[in-house]
Design a binder for this molecule. Structure first.
Ligand code: ADP
Ligand code: MG
Length: 287
């Protein structure tokens, strides 16, 4: 039988914006020493807008760069893809046909356009595969992707996302409760550093591939941390499962919500604080 205090708390939790799916995760929430946040869609809104795009190759216009990228991204549901196709639509560009489009998980997308291999990839991937290629300077707060044709970097597109208005307050309150905060993201170092600095977080880990998110949680646990992970994406699910407390953002993917023990119904990072304080209050009553 469920103890009365817990039964009452589960009903109360709805008022705090929490859906408690796994009682152990709720019970563990008062022991958290480190809270790991995914960036995109968790601390940020997860809506990317194109802020600038350029050609880095003679004979290709900047519009062509955007057209090729948008043609590939039409097949993707990644927030970066939505930002790029949205911009092309706004500019009323006519897109070329793209074939054989496939995702390069956590790194980008590839396909064929007019007999050429075209890729839209992360700076990390471009740096590894196309040495001595032309590069762009990433501005703080920018997520940048390179557009590559036949293994030559042809241009770039810079996008920006917005930090959720509630994120700063949530981080500050966690600090007051002596909980360390870590930003974990597949995005580039420049944007990871600027977001973590803006929010005054303890540290950041950037350019992490989806399968590495899990390993980062394990590493923290081996260092003696009691770890909570907050994420929204399919790529966050293994890390959510590994964490001592897995917290999914309500507006995120179904896979994340299924895996996590707790779901933030209103997608508000401030509710993470509610979870911890509420967990402490609940279990204090039982002792
Ligand atoms: P996050 O950890 O922020 O959820 P992802 O693992 O989804 O990030 O993606 C990491 C990086 O891989 C992105 O910042 C981007 O550089 C690249 N990437 C992933 N998917 C795409 C795509 N569809 N188009 C372009 N770049 C992509
Ligand atoms: Mg994400």
């Amino acid at each position: 039988a469920v103890p009365l205090v817990i039964a009452k708390s589960t009903a109360l939790s709805a008022r705090h914006g929490l859906l408690i799916k796994n009682r152990t995760d709720f019970e563990n929430s008062r022991k958290i020493t480190t809270l790991v946040f995914d960036k995109t869609g968790t601390l940020t809104v997860g809506r990317f807008e194109v802020v600038r795009f350029e050609s880095l190759q003679q004979g290709i216009s900047k519009e062509e760069i955007l057209k090729m990228a948008a043609a590939l991204e039409g097949s993707s549901e990644h927030p970066i893809a939505t930002g790029i196709t949205g911009k092309a639509k706004e500019m009323q560009l006519t897109l070329p046909a793209a074939e054989n489009v496939t995702a390069i998980t956590g790194k980008g997308i590839t396909g064929n356009i007019a007999g050429k291999t075209v890729q839209v990839v992360s700076p990390g991937y471009a740096g590894e595969h196309f040495k001595d290629a032309a590069t762009a300077t990433i501005q703080p707060g920018e997520t940048l992707v390179y557009v590559v044709t036949d293994n030559t970097v042809a241009g770039f597109i810079a996008l920006a996302d917005q930090i959720r208005p509630e994120s700063a307050g949530a981080i500050a309150t966690l600090k007051e409760n002596r909980i360390k905060t870590v930003l974990l993201t597949g995005d580039n170092k420049v944007v990871a550093e600027s977001v973590s600095k803006t929010l005054d977080m303890d540290s950041y880990i950037a350019e992490v591939l989806p399968h590495q998110k899990l390993d980062k949680i394990k590493e923290l646990q081996q260092q003696g941390e009691f770890v909570a992970m907050t994420g929204d994406g399919i790529n966050d699910a293994p890390a959510l499962a590994q964490a001592n407390v897995g917290i999914a953002i309500g507006s995120g993917s179904d896979v994340a919500a299924e895996t996590a023990g707790i779901v933030l119904v209103n997608s508000n990072p401030q509710d993470v604080v509610n979870l911890i304080l509420f967990g402490k209050a609940t279990y204090r009553k039982m002792i």
